[in-house]
Design a protein around this ligand. Structure first.
Ligand SMILES: [Zn+2]
Ligand SMILES: [Zn+2]
Length: 369
């Protein structure tokens, strides 16, 4: 039996769809039948080859594409009977898997920081067993060191695709920054990351969440996810006016937590400037090496901290899914996905999701096999 795999052969060139035999899972592994795979900012960077091509040269046969998504159990490898929490799983069950592939042997992994594992695996070379190593495919091979978790019955399929990327990443950042009751949280960017961050910050007890973006439809969605205030950066169109607005909305204190979820280097300087003394700035969006900013270290002396964050510890997945299930009646997690494309239309989907220098209204596009 064969399945389709979307392969990137050359940066900035259309994807090619190839067919491979669906593998028999080795002991401890699982083959998922994909139901949905998201296109996030990092996929657009991967397509363009922004992430240091010298560090990550394209393999001769190309690379399987996609990293986030969800599916149902197609085949369980020998010995697999339960998820990471010991709950029985069987063919047909919906599973959330950890999109990072930690080695589970290095210092960071043993210390519980799997998202910082220096040996994290990624999508493999096209045509190399087990073939289905990306998520833009009919199937996805979950290797023995990738934890999986059963999906709560009441979570709808269309709210699952971004959990193991956007939701996980912002939740990890907020937890590491110590988000808590009473905090003022200011979020730069109301895309898939920003909407999830808004919901999670409120869930952690943030007193006031303020969201910035240039698109009114995204800001309205942020309000539906619990934003107390929004700032349209077309209206407040300089860092100075935005800082003044943040100060007004935080009773002159500034943000206890600022989050960069856009991917523009200059937002770091602006964000540190509107932090309260003692506040923490979480850098998440700038995933491409290169852009730099001028930065005055003396601005940190009153306890301001900068932390970077990427992906998440696998143990957070069940908590996030439960939080979403508990809040479905008031938070529109099923509206984060704005565009759905069949897998065969992957190139059209990328064209639509392409956002560089012209933000689009797409919050999340997904591919459905
Ligand atoms: Zn490791
Ligand atoms: Zn992603």
């Amino acid at each position: 039996m064969k399945g389709r795999v979307v392969v990137l052969k050359e940066y900035m060139k259309p994807y090619v769809i190839e067919e491979y035999d669906v593998p028999d899972p080795e002991p401890g592994a699982i083959v998922l039948k994909m139901t949905q795979a998201g296109i996030c900012g990092s996929d657009l960077h991967s397509w363009r080859g922004d992430q240091s091509p010298d560090l990550r040269p394209m393999p001769p046969a190309g690379r399987a594409a996609g990293h986030e998504g969800t599916g149902t159990v197609f085949r369980l490898g020998p010995g697999v009977t339960a998820d990471a929490l010991g709950r029985p799983i069987k063919e047909g069950d919906r599973l959330m898997y950890t999109a990072i592939k930690p080695c589970n042997h290095c210092y960071q992994c043993l210390n519980g920081d799997q998202n910082w594992c220096p040996n994290r695996g990624g999508a493999g070379e096209a045509g190399e067993w087990p073939y289905f190593t990306g998520t833009y495919s009919d199937y996805c091979y979950i290797s023995p060191n990738q934890p999986v978790f059963a999906v709560p019955d009441d979570l709808p399929d269309n709210a699952l695709g971004f959990i193991n990327c956007a939701m996980g990443t912002v939740t990890e950042g907020l937890l590491r920054a110590g988000c808590k009751e009473g905090d003022y949280v200011v979020i730069q960017g109301a895309g898939g990351l920003g909407l999830n961050a808004t919901a999670m910050a409120k869930n952690m007890g943030a007193h006031r969440v303020i969201v910035m973006d240039r698109l009114e439809n995204r800001l309205q969605l942020a309000e539906q996810f619990g934003a107390d205030h929004t700032i349209n950066i077309e209206e407040f169109n300089t860092p100075e006016t935005r800082k003044r607005r943040v100060m007004e909305l935080t009773n002159g204190r500034g943000a206890d937590i600022g989050m960069e979820l856009v991917g523009r280097a200059e937002l770091l300087v602006e964000g540190i400037d509107f932090l309260a003394n003692g506040g923490t700035y979480i850098e998440i969006g700038n995933i491409v090496a290169g852009p730099t900013v001028d930065f005055d270290p003396s601005t940190l002396l009153r306890g301001k901290k900068i932390m970077g964050s990427t992906m998440y510890r696998p143990s957070l997945l069940p908590m996030m899914m439960e939080m979403m299930a508990q809040n479905l009646d008031r938070l529109p997690f099923d509206k984060i996905v704005s565009n759905t494309f069949p897998l065969a239309e992957v190139n059209a989907a990328f064209e639509q999701a392409e956002w560089d220098n012209r933000q689009t209204s797409v919050t999340r596009a997904v591919l459905v096999p």
